[in-house]
Design a protein around this ligand. Structure first.
Ligand code: PLP
Length: 363
């Protein structure tokens, strides 16, 4: 038998574990549009409590969660400030504009991190020519920032400044629990600085479907209207919410294993000729790699790796991203190193024939 494929494309690729499937099969359900799904209600209470907020709303995706957050805080003709490579700005089709008539003011960060000094002065004065600045969005951990955990003190400073100036704050915490485990700072401490927080169950936590938007009760209640408008009113979705609940109760602490595996992978890549780590500070479960042009484009190099059973995503012409997760063991990572080494060496010797790479993806 050929060795199993090692899939490092994203932490979204995990399959539910046997215990999770069992929890899903047994979940009591009801019609959630009527608020009658007991499993969804339990999940919402559980995540709201973990984040120290009044209420939560289960939604099909992190994109919907973020977009409902933006819509709750901003009216048409208003503006959000965000980091320039964040998910809300780059990977949601400009949903804030398409869905809510909101403008974005992106600020270039360093590996996803912006500092307060970059934001001061961006709030637009009241003037008929200008949009109104309304919201600051941060992302933690930062996806394009190589899984970076935002510096806690910086987050506190920025949110304090935002609130002092009448702005709202939203956290895209798709991978908030990776930040919690890596920093040792509890979820409710991170969350307390934000009006709303979005968390994904379908990333590192390993659930098949879903995210939650968490915040004050009246805001989340209003958010249910937007969820319905966006087509996210689900019915007996307790079946999937049970997977999310199981993940929340059982898969948080184990994220430390993913982080250790990512560090192990980075160490294996560090000495390889033709590959360069974007940063050797591996905070969480992501490793980003610059591919030397002698190895072909990132997509071409990734296609060669795929032939050897190693799946790594190309995120740009020269950029690869590897993500560790629930379905990747330390042994898998130990096998990935030599595959990378061998394919890189063959390419440098000109022995690898270049092949078309798969299209880039971004989760
Ligand atoms: C994955 C992700 C999301 C949401 O993605 P969906 O695929 O819509 O669930 C939002 N923000 C970040 C930072 C992400 O990585």
């Amino acid at each position: 038998m050929p060795p199993a494929v090692i899939d490092l494309r994203s932490d979204t690729v995990t399959r539910p574990t046997a215990a999770m499937v069992e929890a899903m099969a047994k979940a009591p359900v009801g019609d959630d549009v009527f608020g009658e799904d007991p499993t969804i209600n339990r999940l919402q209470d559980c995540i709201a409590e973990r984040l120290g907020k009044e209420a939560a709303m289960y939604v099909p995706s992190g994109t919907m969660s973020n977009q409902i957050g933006v819509r709750l805080h901003c009216r048409p003709g208003e503006e959000l400030i965000c980091e320039a490579s964040c998910h809300v700005y780059v990977y949601e089709q400009g949903g804030y504009a398409q869905l809510s008539g909101v403008a974005a003011h992106p600020v270039e960060g360093r590996l996803g991190v912006v500092e307060l000094a970059q934001l001061e002065g961006l709030i637009r004065p009241e003037n008929d020519h200008l949009v109104r600045t309304r919201l600051v969005c941060l992302e933690n951990t930062h996806n394009r920032g190589c899984g970076r955990v935002l510096p806690y003190d910086g987050v506190v400073e920025i949110c304090q400044w935002a609130h002092d100036n009448g702005l709202r704050t939203h956290l895209d915490g798709a991978r908030l629990f990776n930040a919690v485990v890596a920093s040792g700072i509890a979820a409710d401490r991170w969350a307390q600085h934000f009006d709303t927080v979005s968390v994904c169950f379908s990333k590192g936590l390993g659930a098949p479907v879903g995210s939650a938007l968490v915040g004050p009760r009246d805001l989340i209640r209003e958010g249910q209207r937007h969820r319905k408008l966006f087509g996210g009113g689900m019915r007996q979705a307790g079946v999937i919410a049970a997977g999310a609940l199981y993940a929340l109760e059982n898969h948080v602490d184990r994220l430390a294993e993913d982080h250790a595996n990512a560090r192990q992978l980075a160490e294996a890549i560090q000495p390889l000729e033709g590959l360069r780590l974007v940063t050797d500070q591996i905070d969480t479960n992501m490793v980003m790699i610059e591919v030397d042009e002698r190895l072909g484009t990132a997509a071409e190099f990734s296609a060669l790796l795929a032939q050897q059973g190693l799946l790594i995503l190309s995120l740009g012409p020269t950029l690869l991203r590897a993500v560790t997760h629930l379905d990747v063991s330390s042994d898998d990572v130990a096998r990935a190193g030599p595959i990378l080494a061998e394919v890189a060496e063959r390419s440098l010797r000109g022995e690898a024939s270049r092949i078309e790479g798969p299209p880039s993806a971004y989760a």
